[in-house]
Design a protein around this ligand. Structure first.
Ligand SMILES: [Zn+2]
Length: 144
């Protein structure tokens, strides 16, 4: 992601007077090239502040993982088939979940609820299918 110091505002939250990053999403969670900027629909380059570009990154991974998870659930071949990849994806979603929960107030791009929901689904899938091995044990934390 290339920072720019151009005067402008974030295309997502509208903040100005911040360092802006041109949106370039690189590779998604499954290491597939992800470049929305070259798609014909994206005629306007977008600029995001640091927080929004991080959220955008999260959103990209959440979408990619959810897409594959839907396939997995429907019994289609999915990139999440290998248990190790599934565990990794689950950890990534858990990490994103933590991050968006403790992040700033209103989330413009990614709804924390959306992430929490996906995490819940991944968790119950893992329980039902015993897909969460590889040392990734879900420890129950009791709330006080
Ligand atoms: Zn922003």
């Amino acid at each position: 992601m290339e920072p720019s110091h151009e005067n402008g505002h974030c295309d997502s939250c509208g903040r100005s007077n911040v360092v802006l990053y041109k949106l370039s999403l690189g590779h998604d969670f499954f290491d597939r090239p992800y470049d929305r900027l070259t798609s014909p629909g994206d005629l306007f380059p977008r600029w995001y502040c640091e927080e929004c570009s991080r959220e955008k990154d999260f959103q990209r991974d959440v979408r990619a993982i959810r897409e594959e998870f839907v396939k997995l659930r429907c019994g289609h071949s999915s990139l999440l088939d290998p248990p190790s990849v599934f565990s990794r994806a689950r950890l990534r979603i858990a990490e994103i979940d933590q991050s968006v929960k403790r992040g700033r107030g209103p989330h413009v791009i990614l709804a924390p609820r959306e992430v929490a929901h996906l995490l819940m689904e991944l968790d119950s899938w893992a329980e039902e299918h015993d897909a969460g091995e590889n040392g990734v044990k879900n420890e129950t934390v009791s709330k006080g």
